[in-house]
Design a protein around this ligand. Structure first.
Ligand code: NDP
Length: 448
């Protein structure tokens, strides 16, 4: 519930204008609720309509993507790019390929990205894009033809100093390669227009690992500051088995945790001895298979149909790393009843707002996505820096910078949580305010 008339009025207007856009309104509501305390202290914000201006994307592009499948049939998909806010730098944010993609999802992700990018302290505005194209079961040639068609429209909206897309669900190294190749062909330019590139053509070491590793670096700081503990000896459950989940598993394990469960959209695996990550990488990264194949290769492991059952497994630390709204209030209560002390978000908005509030009220560590999964975009920012310098840093150097950025993001969000939060565990409010302050100040400075 909103406490100020200004927030109430702005949100009511937003609801009216964006009726039916569930994910977008959910993200906007969470942000407005948590920053209204800060806004109330700064009368200029209301005078200059900063909240209304912040919530409205600068540009939203929707386009048609036509491609030909392997059978020679024509296929039509819908492409999107939202250029949300450029107050502190060029638009920056990933591309998602998933059948669920629509305007609401792209706008929610774009809005979150504005604050996330601000938190990294790097000069990046916020954007997001994607398509309702389903990459599952497609051949490499079909993926290539889709990516080429998608870029044939997108190229006119992006550029290394304008808007720099990256990967997200369904977009990894293979897709970025095809997108980059098509951009280069059309523009006749070799620039850092995309991040997440391969190492032979301008990619950064440690970008693949960055979101998962960064999540664990942030979680490590939160565990230390709020519960005086660490990953050592903790049982960890991670949903998803994509890029974020795999590298969260790798880092959590190296910090002393034992990851016992992972999932995909069909079901989850449970391995009480600790998941063998090499087997998961082989299935998901090399063979592009399904997580249930794990139990055919590792003795004693179990597979359960239905991905949501994963939250009923007893654990100390839960890391939702698959998709939005994958953890609800009932599931959060089950986790807490089973002794869970931390829920660390790797995916974007995986926890429903009521569940997040419940965790914070009960002094369970809750690390909000826009802070704890910012390591991916932070390292994309480092990739942009390396491209501009025409230099490549070593894995260790990038990883060290990533670590320092995640520690800084934790400190910034913890500081604001202590000043504005409902309690010291309210990193959700803390992260929103820390990210918003910088963007709002830049907007005020630049006029309308
Ligand atoms: P991937 O495509 O590599 O993996 C996604 C994983 O989530 C897969 O295991 C997938 O299962 C599962 N999944 C996807 N959609 C659903 C769904 N509707 N229900 C259940 N499970 C689902 O994506 P990433 O690992 O890159 O991204 C995961 C999350 O992290 C997303 O929210 C993304 O926005 C966020 N993120 C990613 C960053 C990055 O650097 N990659 C940076 C910051 C945030 P299946 O194979 O069955 O579809």
């Amino acid at each position: 519930m909103f406490k100020t008339e200004y927030a109430k009025r702005v949100y009511a207007e937003l609801e009216k204008k964006n009726a039916g856009e569930k994910e977008f309104l959910q993200a906007a509501k969470e942000i407005v609720e948590s920053i209204e305390g800060y806004i109330a202290k700064n009368p200029k914000m209301e005078q200059q309509k900063i909240l209304e201006r912040f919530l409205e994307p600068e540009r939203f592009v929707q386009f048609k993507v036509v491609w030909v499948d392997d059978k020679g049939e024509f296929q039509v998909n819908r492409g999107f790019r939202v250029q949300y806010n450029s107050a502190i730098g060029p638009y920056k944010g990933g591309l998602r390929l998933h059948p669920s993609v629509n305007a609401s999802i792209i706008k929610f992700l774009g809005l979150e990205q504005v604050l996330k990018n601000s938190l990294t302290t790097l000069p990046m505005g916020g954007g997001k894009g994607g398509s309702d194209f389903d990459p599952k079961g497609k051949s490499d040639n079909e993926i290539m033809r889709f990516c080429q068609s998608f870029m044939t429209e997108l190229y006119r909206h992006i550029g290394p100093d304008t808007d720099v897309p990256a990967g997200d669900i369904g977009v990894g190294g293979r897709e970025i390669g095809f997108l980059f190749g098509q951009y280069k062909r059309i523009r006749d330019e070799f620039t850092g227009v995309l991040t997440g590139k391969g190492l032979t053509y301008g990619g950064s070491l440690a970008r693949t690992q960055a979101t998962g590793y960064g999540l664990c670096y942030y979680a490590q700081e939160a565990l230390k500051a709020l519960k005086n503990t660490s990953f050592a000896g903790k049982t960890v459950v991670i949903s998803g088995s994509g890029n974020v989940a795999i590298y969260a598993n790798e880092k959590a394990t190296s910090l002393g945790g034992k990851v016992v469960a992972m999932s995909d959209s069909n079901g989850y695996i449970y391995d009480k001895n600790g998941i063998n990550l090499d087997v998961v990488k082989q299935i998901k990264e090399v063979e592009r298979g399904r997580i249930k194949e794990y139990v055919e290769r590792v003795k004693g492991a179990e597979y359960h149909e239905g991905c949501r059952g994963i939250w009923s497994i007893k654990c100390d630390i839960a890391m939702p790393c698959a998709t939005q709204n994958e953890l609800n209030l009932e599931e959060a209560k089950t986790l807490v009843k089973n002794g869970c002390i931390a829920v660390c978000e790797g995916a974007n908005m995986p926890t429903e707002l009521e569940a997040a509030k419940y965790l914070i009220e009960n002094k369970i560590i809750f690390t909000p996505a826009k802070a704890s999964n910012a390591g991916g975009v932070a390292t994309s920012g480092l990739e942009m820096s390396q491209n501009s310098l025409r230099l490549s840093w070593s894995f260790e150097e990038v990883d060290q910078r990533l670590h320092d950025i995640m520690v800084n993001i934790f400190n910034a969000s913890y500081k604001e949580a202590k000043e504005y939060g409902s309690n010291d565990f309210d990193l959700l409010t803390g992260a929103n305010i820390a990210g918003f302050k910088k963007v709002a100040e830049a907007m005020l400075a630049q006029g309308i």
